[in-house]
Design a protein around this ligand. Sequence first.
Ligand SMILES: C[S@@+](CC[C@H](N)C(=O)[O-])C[C@H]1O[C@@H](n2cnc3c(N)ncnc32)[C@H](O)[C@@H]1O
Length: 546
Amino acid sequence: NEEGRQAALKTIKGYQWKKKILFAKEADPVVDPVTAKRKNEAEEPEDDPKKPKLSAEESVVNAVTPLAHLPYEEQLAMKETAMKDFLTFLTDKFQSNIPEMRKWLNEQRSANDGRCISLESIKPSPIVDGYRNKCEFSIGKSREGKEKIVGFRIGQYKGGHTAVASPLPCKNLSPGSKRVVEHMQAYLDQSELRYFDVVSHEGHWSQLTVRTTERSEVMAILQLHPQDLSKEDFEAEKQKLREYFTSGPGSSSGLTSLYLQLVGKSLKEKGFQTNFYLVLGDTHVTEELLGLKFRISQDAFFQVNTKAAEVLFQTAGDWAEVTKDSVLLDVCCGTGTIGLSLAHRVKKVIGVELCKQAVEDAKVNAKNNGIENATYICGKAEDRLPSVMQDISDSEKVIGIIDPPRAGLREYKIKDKGYMAGDNILNRLCRPVSIRYRGTPFRLTKAVPVDLFPHSKHCELILLFQREDSISDSSEVPAPVKGPSTKAKNLSTAGNEKPAPLSEEGQTAAAESQNKQEDKSVNPGMTEGAVDDVKEAEMKDEVDAE
Ligand SMILES: C[S@@+](CC[C@H](N)C(=O)[O-])C[C@H]1O[C@@H](n2cnc3c(N)ncnc32)[C@H](O)[C@@H]1O
């Protein structure tokens, strides 16, 4: 917020670092890519006369499951091509940012169709229809003007196009979600409260989230803007919902848990102390994944396709070659799924997660599954990882699994291997050794897409990065060209070329040129990037002191 920004500016401005005075100025934040994409889409004329006018049903299917009209094999082929393009893009990035990699990249490119490694065949989702265990539906007005439709938005905000259409034709919805949508629609139809209008900000009902599990549990979270409702009005609404879904027409909805979630301004002043109010049933749902049971809180993250997530985690574990002497860092661990599903194969799991409730879930999940070698830390990974790593001795085999990658993660702290995406972080992983980046560089050695989202254009991509000195001689991946190393004597001779020892000046120059490259990629307006840079400066100071 503005207050924080001003405090940061005050702290940094005039700070003396290495006999230089730091200067800081306000910068405009760079547009978030998702916002930019939405803006571009919004600028496309929606009422283009050349475009065939689609029915609401066609529009919703198109928007949510744009590949649903294709056989699944064709969908997979399209995603595989998209991931090959991504690998080519990544290879180009390596090529332009890391000169030390060029010789190796050229050899690899000619063997792999322009890419630094070959892409393994996409792993399909074990279930193709009805796989989504979580859906968020909007509550709005249909194109025809019918109010309180529970569904997906088909219009764009521009020009007030905010129409919502029924989600029932979408193939990815689970049968449990569809049932709840139908029952909630019936409830809202008879409710006196209106839908929340995203343009005027008037009205009450705004969103319905449904979570379903393999064990047929169903949780619904109905979002309400209280506006001028009093505490008593709210309690009355809660009571109405409870009766409707326990003894009324909604009793056949299959709901095992129902929450009301309050959203909007000044809730505390209106007397509402929390956002979530349990209306009926259990506080959590429990999902089964890889033979373990996972408790999931109403707002904690869980992979939306449980069966395909099993394929994802199993593959990640196999590739990471986790063993009984590994310490597994589950970074951004959510409810602990990745770490806990691999806990029996490693010495210790350490999970770091921002969301307090998810951390609580992860701890309960470890306990409920009889897992004693997992610990969980609540906080920002970028803040907490440095101290976590300090407590791990250098002789330990550390494997980091990061899903998803976050700007600001301290990639140099991942000692052995890591999974991540996001080209900036990937670039830095493969950087040559310098004062800034200790340990041998990483190499991308494997890549495989896993389809978690049939009928949509998305999929997950697992990338395996290994430290050069941990790539075995027998590896199918050609030996990488090594960069300069501060720990040359510790490097294995897996590569053909021995690392050239660098003078102190050479090492400093390498670090600075790396810094310059990164300055271009660091977004000056983003808090995370700025904080990261200050931390980098501090870290560099530490290294210099050493
Ligand atoms: C996509 S979920 C993945 C969860 C888990 N890795 C999995 O695969 O089930 C991302 C998680 O990262 C957490 N998260 C986001 N930013 C974070 C940060 N800076 N540090 C730690 N956790 C973060 C979110 O709260 C969320 O639970």
